[in-house]
Design a protein around this ligand. Sequence first.
Ligand SMILES: Cc1cc2nc3c(=O)[nH]c(=O)nc-3n(C[C@H](O)[C@H](O)[C@H](O)COP(=O)(O)OP(=O)(O)OC[C@H]3O[C@@H](n4cnc5c(N)ncnc54)[C@H](O)[C@@H]3O)c2cc1C
Length: 438
Amino acid sequence: MTLDRRNFIKLLGSASSLALAGCATQGGPAVGLTTEIMPKGSARRVVVVGGGYGGAIAAKYVRMLDKSIEVVMVEKNKQFISCPFSNFYIAGIYNDMNALTIGYDNLAANHSIKMVYAEVTLIDPAAKKVVTTEGTLTYDHVIVSPGIDFRTEEIEGYDENTPHVIPHAWKAGAQSTLLRNQLQAMPDGGKVIISMPLTPYRCPPGPYERSCLIAHYLKTHKPKSKLFLLDANPDVVSKKPLFTKAWSEYYKGIFEYVPGKKVTRIDAKEKNLIVEGIEDHKGDVVNFIPSQRAGNIAVKSDLVGDDKKWCPVHPVTFESAKHKFVHVIGDACSPPSTGAPMPKSGYSANSQAKVCAMNVVAMMNGKEMIELSGINVCYSAISDHQSVSIAAVYKIVDHKITAVPNSGGISPADFSMAQAEHAYGESWLKNILTEMST
Ligand SMILES: Cc1cc2nc3c(=O)[nH]c(=O)nc-3n(C[C@H](O)[C@H](O)[C@H](O)COP(=O)(O)OP(=O)(O)OC[C@H]3O[C@@H](n4cnc5c(N)ncnc54)[C@H](O)[C@@H]3O)c2cc1C
């Protein structure tokens, strides 16, 4: 660590302590206050909002690092269903979602994490309270990892019924089942359309992986059918040489990639996507993935930046640039970056959760903070038994998250590793979900 950086981190620590001292006298009633679920005793408390790829790991690591800190995790669902590998289920390669599903009982028991199954309706930074559908919780620090929600108000004709006819399947669970069932019910000779948004969105290679796996399903079960991927971006945004090779070698005649098609209107009844207000794209099965922003709770709690989409955070502590003692990790956050930012992936969320947990514990104990050493590896299937990957390591340069040159890359273009990488990918899923649930 350079002297400059050390001073910078010390300064950051003292700024937070000052803010902590100030806040002790602020108090004030929380907006929408209901009863306290677990009145806070003398122990210091971290509340974690969301038990997904970021939140579950942050909760676990705070407890592992300092047993004197009480951790309460608030999650709206009793089971978590992973988006990674949900494309396998949609495309009929997995028969069910068992491999994607985890509960919280073991995690909570092993680390004495207090679980609250409720929806968070507001984070009130002034009162240092989290308001939930079951009551309120007071915190010393709150770590927020709510994932994404959709900017559907930008699409004319999109309403609350649209996803029941035209699934997004970009949050795993009932939406994945709906898309899978629609594909299975479609007669051979049908037309499937996937529409994907402009970057940034959750999982850059995800829509391309989905196109490969649905094309594989059609090739195997309904070979007279056609699949079109309407990409709002002007070109493939992730693993381009690998996906374009897979499309042309494996799915020629079945699949067509159509770049630069930004959907602006939807007619759910007709299963019609309208591009730039004029161009009709009707399908028998339509999978429309809307553009995204940080989860609704982050928007409601004034954590998003001027763009009204993503939450600006400090790159070392993941503390919100807008509110002290509130930290945002995972898909919802947008730390300052040089070049390509860390992708919105489960692996990035896991990496950020560990750094954030360490620094929250350091802030609470007046210790020096650690710098980010972030990793992302993302496997994408190109068929039922072959996968490719992209990897990078990230560090802080000039207070910005920066990919370390030559630290990663993409799989060999000849697919010589694709079968092995398929096995690595499945073991990645098992490992990361085990880490989150034990
Ligand atoms: C099809 C697809 C494939 C993908 N494949 C990969 C992959 O191969 N590798 C990879 O690394 N990433 C992949 N991803 C991306 C990955 O799913 C996300 O980046 C990751 O889930 C982000 O973690 P998170 O903690 O930010 O959000 P999530 O994991 O979505 O967790 C958010 C949690 O917060 C809860 N929550 C939200 N709001 C509230 C509230 N108000 N109150 C209470 N609880 C709340 C939710 O219920 C959820 O459990 C894929 C995504 C998709 C859609």
